[in-house]
Design a protein around this ligand. Structure first.
Ligand code: FAD
Length: 145
């Protein structure tokens, strides 16, 4: 079956709290596992950057639900592509919070104009490579969470 990847960016509402992230993560893990969706959600400087992988129908249904969520606004699609394999297969969903840690800021700067996390200005490839490198840093155990 064909596989697809969707990447979008959005802005968190003011006052979003840590427990909101936990709630989003728990709901996403449950729903995505059932739908065969995998991916990652990065959060920093009030911005979300999320990648979703799976069948076209599962991704579209998930994304359509996410767009209705009042906990974020100004969602913009960055990439929707056919892929031959998943990059985030081990996670039905994972939330990684971007801290001010030097290694994290260096990865942000590598793909951005400044050290401020502004995924809205990233291309599809930049955002994918950014998510891959942040994931790699996490797997090395070198990321503050
Ligand atoms: P329910 O949990 O029963 O929710 C019903 C409705 O209430 C939905 O419209 C929901 O948006 C809204 N709602 C639920 N909790 C709250 C709350 N605390 N505050 C305000 N409104 C609320 N869901 C996924 O399944 N997969 C994902 O990968 C995923 N990623 C997300 C990424 C971001 C940045 C955000 C903000 C949300 C994400 N969600 C994700 C959550 C998604 O938006 C829906 O809330 C969820 O999928 C609805 O699940 P449900 O159909 O079981 O309905």
């Amino acid at each position: 079956m064909a596989l697809y990847r969707l990447i979008y960016v959005s802005q968190a509402i003011a006052g979003l709290e840590y427990r909101d992230l936990i709630e989003i993560l728990q709901k996403s893990e449950f729903n995505n596992r059932r739908a065969g969706v995998t991916g990652m959600l990065s959060f920093g400087d009030s911005m979300f950057l999320q990648v979703l992988e799976g069948s076209r129908r599962a991704i579209c249904e998930t994304y359509n639900r996410i767009l209705l969520d009042p906990r974020h606004t100004h969602a913009e699609l960055i990439d929707f592509s056919e892929i031959d394999h998943r990059d985030f297969a081990i996670w039905s969903m994972k939330v990684l919070q971007l801290s001010n840690q030097e290694e994290v800021r260096n990865i942000i700067l590598k793909y951005s104009h400044t050290e401020t996390f502004s995924p809205i200005s990233m291309t599809g490839l930049q955002s994918l490579n950014f998510l891959r490198e942040i994931t790699e840093l996490y797997h090395k155990g070198a990321m503050d969470q």
